[in-house]
Write a protein of this length. Structure first.
Length: 329
């Protein structure tokens, strides 16, 4: 076990609670009935949306970062490393991690960088930062913050993604420790056969200033069949078994919140109950890179996870790469 403690976690989300009704009406006017798909397949009911005139991925991330420091009773100068995960940051230059550093009053002796692994980004950052901390005695505390504002780029004519997303950020603080907690195991699995189906910008950055129709800029999402669920489930079993544990030893499965039907599949094939595989995509919408950690946040707040529990994180990024992590909280 790599002994790094998940010291604190915080979430910021948009204040506007929006039901399915406006999306059902939107597509009905276009001759499409998406109720079954939206409710029963991807599992949406409501979602939190920001005030788009005043907020964005950076403002959300800053709010979550300040809140997690407050909860942990720390200052910006206590943080030795800042990693920002997003597939669509407000700025590419300078990195958003620099802007977080500036907002929280970070110290000069601090590592800052952004990373993009799409929806898998924050989970990958979690695993890699823990490993870095385990060999870097000067990095005693790290702040990881994630935020995807995908609603900004979704094509309203595409029922495969319009109406699915919510606007939220999540921040966590990791801390070196001698306590019995930390990273137990992990496994990556890549299937790049899926790369043609999801693209942003749809036209490519080299054509960014040439397009006349703004829909060419938007998230280009083509239909595709999820073919790897059985492999994902085997990856989870492998990580658990390598740790000398069983499925029953895992207190919570914090899974990607994108498709409710996928979570139901994992419950069936792994033999886990709903109280051990929290689903919050019907409340938050899908939040991209942060979704497994917002699931953890909700599980902690509901008393479903306590210190000493084993947690399994799993998520997948477009293109595609999935990661499984076993962590002792």
């Amino acid at each position: 076990m790599l002994k790094v403690k998940l010291k604190e976690i915080a979430v910021y989300h948009g204040k506007n609670v929006v039901s399915n009704d406006i999306y059902l009406k939107h597509f009905k006017e276009r001759g499409k009935d998406v109720e079954h798909f939206l409710k029963d397949v991807v599992g949406r009911d409501k979602r939190y949306l920001i005030d788009k005139d005043k907020e964005n991925s950076l403002t959300m991330a800053l709010e979550a970062s300040k809140e997690v420091l407050k909860k942990a009773k720390l200052k910006g100068t206590d943080i030795d490393m800042i990693v920002f995960s997003s597939q669509l940051p407000e700025f590419v230059v300078p990195p958003s991690s620099y802007l977080v550093h500036a907002e929280i009053g970070g110290k000069n002796d601090c590592i800052c960088y952004d990373m993009n692994a799409n929806c898998a980004g924050m989970t990958i950052a979690f695993e890699q930062v823990i490993k870095y901390m385990s060999v870097s005695p000067n990095v005693k505390r790290a702040l990881i913050v994630g935020c995807d504002y995908v609603n900004l780029i979704v094509n309203p004519e595409n029922e495969l993604c319009y109406g699915h997303y919510g606007d939220a950020a999540c921040a966590i603080i990791l801390e070196q420790t001698n306590e019995d907690c930390g990273l137990v195991g992990s496994k990556y699995d890549v299937h790049t056969e899926d790369h043609p189906y999801i693209r942003f910008p749809g036209c490519g950055f080299s054509k960014l200033f040439d397009v006349k129709d703004k829909t060419e800029l938007m998230l280009d999402w083509k239909p595709f069949v999820v073919r790897w669920e059985h492999i994902y489930a085997e990856n989870m079993k492998e990580v658990i078994e390598k740790a000398g544990l069983t499925i029953n030893d895992i207190s919570m499965f914090c899974l990607s919140q994108y498709v409710y039907k996928t979570i139901k599949y994992f419950r069936e094939v792994l033999g886990i109950t709903a109280d051990k595989s929290i689903y919050i995509g019907n409340k938050y919408g899908y939040t991209g890179t942060t979704s497994p950690f917002i699931a953890l946040y909700e599980a902690i707040n509901k008393g479903m996870v306590k210190r000493g529990d084993y947690i399994l994180f799993w998520t997948v990024g477009a293109g595609s790469q999935n990661i499984t992590i076993l962590f002792k909280y």
